[in-house]
Ligand binder design. Structure first.
Ligand code: NAP
Length: 371
């Protein structure tokens, strides 16, 4: 007889709040969770005991209904995690055995998935996942690194490879380069043979971007809250030419300044807008009343390709586009060519602290919860 699994806990979001922090402080709570019965699993389902769950920017936006993909509460947040298989249905047993270390993929399970597994996020002791949601954890990665892999590195791949077509010898300006997607982008851009200029607001965090391979770093300056122009530094680093590609996950004034840092015919990758998180209304009202705006005259005169890079939406519209991206990210990880950096780990019970740290920008690379 198999030993019974201990009870655990999960985070539950009961309503979409007016803002991400209101959601964290008032609409989320930790509730007890019985271990699901492995003998009650569907034929193609697996039971995973979660070891490490990624805390993402998207978790914050989703909880206030400001993310493009709306999830109806109640649900457990957490887009992706790693863990150990502790039960398998009759068919799933052919693919995974008890004790296997796995990554649970957010596209097939949890709040970013579509369908019956949407309410089962990763901020939990256990996840019941369909067979297609599981990937073997590369032996090169710890549970924490594995939890921080897919979303960030697939985004970097989608932005820099699929959309940006970055090639050897090109120069890429990466904003928010110490964040989850930014640090992944630094590593992927280096893997593609590019020269990387990384920006950020803290020397200490930029040191991680340099350690991840960034060739140059620019510490952003602010005068009474206003961004100090950095075009001269970028021009000096590119022999007066300007960069070939901008990877912009920050938005706001940084986007505007970046339009002055590019060569003619450059590619401008719109990845996100971490500095302007209130573009959409909270409470699930949606819309984009405070959307970022970019001047068309600079796009026109500089012959720019301005490319939106929504990884999840592109994957939903063209699911087959994912296979080569996923295979490459897993292969790079298995080779040790990309190594996610996780600066903070919290116990599950400290989920509020973790989400606040993510919101404040304290994190370098990934942040995880340990159930
Ligand atoms: N396109 C996609 O498919 C996709 C996928 C995932 C995420 N995203 C989006 O990408 C953005 C970044 O996500 P993430 O997970 O990387 O977030 P993150 O880990 O919080 O990193 C964002 C970085 O942006 C910088 N930043 C934040 N506020 C800033 C401000 N006011 N001024 C200047 N810099 C600021 C911070 O770096 P410093 O503290 O060093 O300045 C921070 O590390 C978000 O908008 C997210 O929604 C897009």
């Amino acid at each position: 007889m198999r030993p019974s699994l201990p009870p655990g806990a999960r985070v539950l979001l009961t309503r979409l709040a007016g803002s991400p922090l209101e959601a964290v402080d008032e609409a989320m709570s930790l509730v007890p969770m019985e271990a699901p019965d492995p003998d009650a699993l569907g034929a193609s389902e697996l039971l995973v005991q979660v070891r490490s769950a990624a805390v993402g920017w998207v978790d914050l936006l989703m909880a206030s209904g400001q993310y493009q993909h709306a999830v109806r509460p109640p649900y457990t947040p957490g887009l992706e995690c790693t863990g150990v298989v502790v039960g398998a249905g009759a068919e799933a047993r052919a693919a995974f055995a008890d004790g296997d270390a796995v990554i649970v993929d957010g596209f097939s399970c949890g709040p970013r998935s579509l369908g019956p597994y949407q309410s089962q996020g990763a901020f939990a002791s256990y996840v019941v996942a369909p067979r297609q949601a599981l990937h073997a954890l590369p032996k090169t990665l710890s549970f924490d690194q594995g939890a921080a892999l897919l979303s960030s590195y697939e985004t970097a791949y989608h932005c820099l490879v699929t959309r940006g077509r970055v090639g050897p010898g090109e120069t890429v300006l990466i904003h928010g380069a110490s964040g989850a997607t930014g640090l992944a982008a630094v590593q992927v851009a280096k893997r593609l043979g590019a020269t990387v200029i990384a920006t950020g607001r803290s020397e200490a965090k930029l040191a991680h971007a340099a350690a991840a391979g960034a060739d140059h770093t620019i510490l952003l300056g602010f005068d009474e809250g206003r961004l100090r122009p950095f075009r001269d530094e970028v021009r000096a680093l590119t022999g007066g030419r300007g960069v070939d590609v901008v990877h912009d996950g920050v938005g706001g004034d940084i986007s505007l300044e970046s339009l002055r840092c590019v060569r003619f015919g450059a590619r401008f990758l719109i990845v996100g807008w971490a500095s302007t998180p209130f573009v959409a209304d909270g409470g699930g009202l949606r819309g984009a009343p405070r959307a970022n705006q970019l001047p068309t005259h600079l796009m026109m005169m500089k012959g720019l390709d301005v490319l939106g890079c929504p990884t999840a939406i592109s994957t939903a519209i063209d699911p087959e586009s994912r296979a080569p991206r996923l295979a490459q990210v897993l292969a790079w990880a298995a080779e040790g060519a990309i190594t996610p950096h996780v600066s903070h780990a919290f116990p599950l019970a400290a989920f509020r602290e973790a989400l606040h740290a993510k919101w404040r920008g304290d994190i370098t690379g990934g942040c995880v919860l340990h159930p």
